[in-house]
Write a protein that binds this ligand. Sequence first.
Ligand code: ME8
Length: 645
Amino acid sequence: MSCHKSYITTPIYYVNDVAHIGHAYTTIIADTLARYARLIGEDTFFLTGTDEHGQKIQEAAKKRGKATQAYADEISAKFKTLWDEFDISYDKFIRTTDADHMAGVQKAFSVMYDKGDIYKDAYKGHYCISCETFFPETQLVDGEFCPDCGKSTSIVEEESYFFKLSAYQDKLLDWYKNSPDCILPKSKRNEVIRFVEGGLNDLSITRTSFDWGVKLPKSFNDPKHVMYVWLDALMNYVTALGYGTDEKNMDFWPARVHLIGKDILRFHAIYWPAFLMSLDLPLPKHIGAHGWWTRNGEKMSKSKGNVVNPKEVADAYGLENFRYFMLREVPFGGDGDFSQRALMDRINSDLGNDLGNLLNRLIGMSGKYFEGRVECDLVEKYYKEELDEVQVSLNKLEPMLFELQLHKYLEELWRPLTVANRAIDKYQPWSMIKEGKTDETMALNGLIATILAKVSLMLHAVMPKTTNTIVNALGFDIDPNSFEKIIRNGEKLEPFVTQKREPLFPRIEEQLLVEKKPEKEVKKESKKEEKKEPDNIALIGIDQFFETSLKIGTVVEAQEVKKSKKLLLLQVDIGEEKPRQVVAGIKESYSTEDILNTQVCVVANLKPAKLMGMKSEGMLLAAKDSDGLCLIRPEKPKSVGTPIS
Ligand code: ME8
């Protein structure tokens, strides 16, 4: 078993507001990685916490008529309670108002100063309180507004200590160059490189305009200064391990991965490594920046009034189902729009149909044919091909996880389930048993149990309780030992007896949360006569169905769309004067040769749309599951233009 150290962190969240699903997302990804690292036997330390200093927090407390510390205590406790309710397996919850953290920050300040990296000067600049950042005039929008959050900036003039960030420009560029996966996804690394190549100014790292922050070390005898909140906050990653005080956990440093949202990449990928270089500490192995959860395309944030409460979602749909959904639904680094419809589809289809049903089928078949007994001795003899196919997928998984490709990880992890479900349909155990093929039938059940066991072990970090329930039905518990035996060494399951149980993922027919809408939208909607809620399954009349014109077409021309991974440009004859141009997102599953001269079903009365600058005058019907996409086609050739009803 490995004795690697894995240090995994989330951002420390500001206590100016309570958590929404964006915060939950980062924390759930980090929790998944920490759980996986523990399962494979790594010595793991998982850190989360709250960021409590700075003008923004001071103002938020004032607005609510509360003392700053009392207000910070209250909101910090809310984050902690939420993570406890969410079973987040953190090893430490740090607060930047902790005395040892503050002592560590002061120590770092002295070390950087002694190194010659800090000097005192005067500063005048445009400051955004919301982002706690100065911006040069050239970056402001309309000469006034913050380029990051859009809020109004104000001119701040003060005496300040500066960190010689400019001195680290070349060293930072070397780091990005020599560690190609220091920033994930890799596309984000290029953005950072371009920014740093544009030149770095020294960074103002103290403030005198407010006092809610870490004071400078006493030896500086400069009591009006407090530290810049980002210096204070970033240092949490090492003070949590005891930097500057009791350094007993510093052997966990450097971090395996800092998980963050893309909004704070610059601080983590530029300032933080520069501070670490100044402190002569090693740099983190990875910084993983994910995208934003949005509502109707807008970043979720309290000020926009469009936040989704993670506790409500988890209570309604199940915490682990929600975890699965968040990780599966959006490619890491990309943005994702939250919808209950998409969540329900994932639960009903991936979890219910593919996973839950497989367990039910095993319990049903073993109960009916073998009084519940399942033995795996003959699996390899009869189903080697299936086992091999499963192994190909399993081998790909671990690297995907540590490259933070969690959606691909889960997609790949579903392939073995497809293999199992397909094997039942192909071998038809109900016929085999009638033909007296008892061994083959038992081995098929053994194959299904083996696949369920392996998938559960690899899914455990995402759905800890659910997967334990599954493997308990297969006669074992998930722990580093069973992981080592079944995944690493490929050992067979011991014989066991299944028992009937309640379905794990009862089907959800309609959305379970009534959503509050931002006031603006409510007003807009009340003016409309007909309300349409995109997440509802609305029943429609037959007339409404026939409003959609579906026709048989033949693809008469097919070209690739340059620079697009997904799109093909097609000309489809649907019996009109000239073929329709259709831009179809099918390139990952069909080549131009595959599709040329084949028949397709076309939605013919869609308003034309533009995709990558090309007009699209229709849409092809297709179905997509974890195995990929397939087009819906007529069973026999039909004349072009034939209506589908
Ligand atoms: O930035 N979608 O704290 P913060 C996805 N204290 N993730 C989101 C999100 C959204 N719509 N909104 C927020 C801070 N997040 C600093 C960090 S670290 C040394 C200091 C998540 O409370 C995402 O992880 O504003 C983002 O980076 C973080 O919350 C920002 O949290």
